[in-house]
Design a protein around this ligand. Structure first.
Ligand SMILES: [Zn+2]
Length: 122
């Protein structure tokens, strides 16, 4: 499960940062997810809750998720820009995105695949 391992990685990372800086509790974390990272927010929140409860330091950490729009380049018509409507089916391992202009699938992802920890508030 993609979301579960991501939740684990995020929490392990913030715990190790907190330990380095002698923080004992983490009030809130802000994550940035790219639209093309294909993370299902509900599922991620569900997994995050399970993992956070197993760590004392993050038991009550509030989770904020900010979405970064995805940008695509079309190799067929040279369209470059943000994609607003992503396919709802996120189960594919290597999803291919359709150009909004010419409907071609010959596309390249320019940005929007990131999953980063933006800030940790203690
Ligand atoms: Zn195109």
């Amino acid at each position: 499960m993609h979301e579960f391992s991501l939740a684990q990685t995020v929490l392990e990372t913030i715990v190790s940062v907190a330990k380095q800086k002698d923080f004992t509790k983490i009030k809130k974390i802000i994550l940035k997810f790219g639209a093309f990272a294909l993370i299902q927010e509900d599922q991620f929140r569900f997994c995050f809750e399970i993992v956070q409860k197993s760590i004392k330091m993050t038991e009550k950490t509030e989770l904020q998720i900010e979405w970064v729009p995805g940008e695509l380049k079309c190799l067929n018509c040279n369209f470059e820009g943000k994609i607003e409507n992503l396919p709802q089916d996120h189960n594919e391992l290597a999803p291919i995105f359709q150009c909004p202009k010419c409907k071609s699938y010959k596309t390249e992802i320019l940005s929007g695949t990131e999953t980063v920890i933006d800030s940790i508030i203690v």
